[in-house]
Design a protein around this ligand. Structure first.
Ligand code: GDP
Length: 196
């Protein structure tokens, strides 16, 4: 599939440095350590998400090309204890601007550790997306760390919360990078957003 052909395009420290706002983009977001890099690599069969791993990097957004009209975007992992407040605020402002202003943004893949779903960062992302009528698909990652029953229970609870609080925005599924569980379901959501 197309996602296997992802290659690094550029980094941007602010919205003004993004590539031209045309075609289709899918952004990947998640609290730091939620499994975002692993999920991006699992979904694309590539080692995409290395560049943005170092805390304190000023890059806001890392762009990857799928084809001339389609891109994936790695958003900064939130929740680094070591990142200075000023940098956090810089990220937050520019991230909000990117989510609200980017016309080609077709949807956001939001990674949450299935053992710690709906953190403050996650609810902030969901609120922004709901305000912009931007779809979010949640990957409840690391499902292999729980029994299937416990993981499924969490999925049902999260789905109930989503339905109550962000009814127009969000869907969710279970995911595991090492077991490759949920890969097809995630790729099918992405293909729909990319109009493939
Ligand atoms: P990021 O900070 O959100 O990019 O998180 P990473 O992808 O770097 O993952 C953080 C840690 O969780 C790493 O040690 C990964 O190997 C581990 N991890 C990520 N996804 C999974 C998963 O689906 N299952 C398990 N068991 N571990 C995972």
């Amino acid at each position: 599939g197309l996602c296997q052909q992802a290659s690094f395009l550029k980094s941007a420290a602010k919205v003004q440095q993004c590539p031209p706002d045309e075609g289709y983009e899918i952004a990947f977001a998640g609290r730091s350590n939620a499994g975002k890099s692993s999920a991006m690599n699992t979904l694309t069969h590539a080692r995409l998400a290395r560049t943005s791993k170092t805390p304190g990097r000023t890059q806001l957004l890392n762009f990857f090309t799928l084809d001339e009209q389609r891109r994936l975007v790695d958003l900064p992992g939130y929740g680094f204890a070591k990142v200075p407040i000023a940098l956090k605020e810089h990220w937050q402002q520019h991230l909000e601007a990117y989510l609200q202003q980017r016309h080609c943004l077709a949807g956001v893949m939001l990674m949450m550790d299935v053992r710690h779903p709906l953190t403050d960062f996650d609810t902030m992302m969901l609120d922004w997306a709901e305000a912009s009528q931007l779809p979010i698909h949640i990957l409840l990652t690391k499902m292999d760390k729980l029994t299937f029953g416990a993981a499924k229970n969490t999925l049902l609870k999260v789905q109930r919360e989503l339905h109550q609080n962000w009814p127009h925005t969000a869907s969710a599924q279970l995911f595991s990078s090492p077991k490759r569980h949920g890969v097809e379901e995630a790729l099918s959501v992405m293909s729909g957003w990319l109009e493939l």
